[in-house]
Design a protein around this ligand. Structure first.
Ligand code: SAM
Length: 220
């Protein structure tokens, strides 16, 4: 049976949300991979950028600080984490647009963004919702726009194979650890989809997936 519309909050259970930032900071050394994701996305001044599943807004704030002249929007399906994100942005004195919205039903018109980034969100979605979310991202991207994902992925060493064997049971992560993210991006209509590089974290191997929307699309 295909499971759809299952919502998994930042740390699986809402009562764990206050622990999310310390866990990511100290347990996963998030700054390393979030900084790298920002480098890979190469946001230019004036571009419109969406952080899909922005959570408590750490990546979103880092993005704005690294590209102050870009227009940054964070979207998430959990009002509680969005409230934390807003406070974080106020404290950092950066101007970010925060929206409530679901990854597979984004509240934006077609071709709204030049770049979409997403960190540690895709493994929260059921298989069907992953493909639907990728279709939504493709819809809201402008032609030649880029989708830069950081998320768990296939193991690349003995240690990460052991981690993958345990972690694939977590949330909806089996597609990630089974190496099925690229085929799903292609199924959603992205012509180009690649695994750009990987990193090791305490919770398993993470990959940087990159897809570019075609410049010209027949019939669109
Ligand atoms: C592990 S957290 C990652 C947050 C942030 N991107 C980061 O890297 O710290 C996953 C986030 O995805 C959000 N999320 C899960 N399912 C979603 C959905 N269907 N639509 C929008 N956001 C979703 C959760 O609310 C949570 O904030």
């Amino acid at each position: 049976m295909v499971k759809e519309n299952k919502y998994i909050p930042a740390l699986s259970f809402r009562w764990l949300t206050p622990l999310y930032d310390p866990l990511l900071k100290w347990g996963m050394r998030e700054e390393n991979f979030k900084r790298r994701l920002i480098e890979r996305a190469g946001v230019q001044p004036g571009q419109h950028v969406l952080d899909l599943g922005c959570g408590t807004g750490t990546l979103t704030v880092m993005l704005k600080q690294s590209a102050p002249e870009a227009h940054i929007t964070g979207v998430d399906g959990d009002e509680e984490v969005l409230a934390i994100a807003k406070t974080k942005a106020e404290q950092a004195r950066v101007d970010i647009k925060w929206d409530y919205g679901l990854a597979y039903n984004l509240p934006y018109p077609d071709r709204s963004f030049d770049v979409v980034v997403s960190s540690l969100v895709i493994h929260h979605l059921t298989s069907a919702d992953k493909v639907r979310a990728f279709q939504e991202v493709r819809r809201v991207l402008r032609p030649a726009g880029g989708f830069y994902i950081l998320d768990f992925g296939r193991p690349f060493s003995l240690l990460t194979k052991i981690q993958g064997a345990v972690m694939k049971n977590l949330e909806e992560a089996a597609d990630n650890f089974g190496g099925r993210i690229l085929p799903m991006l292609k199924e959603a209509g992205f012509d180009s989809a690649s695994e750009a590089e990987h990193m090791y974290t305490l919770f398993g191997p993470v990959w940087f997936y990159e897809s570019i929307k075609a410049k010209k699309i027949e019939g669109e």
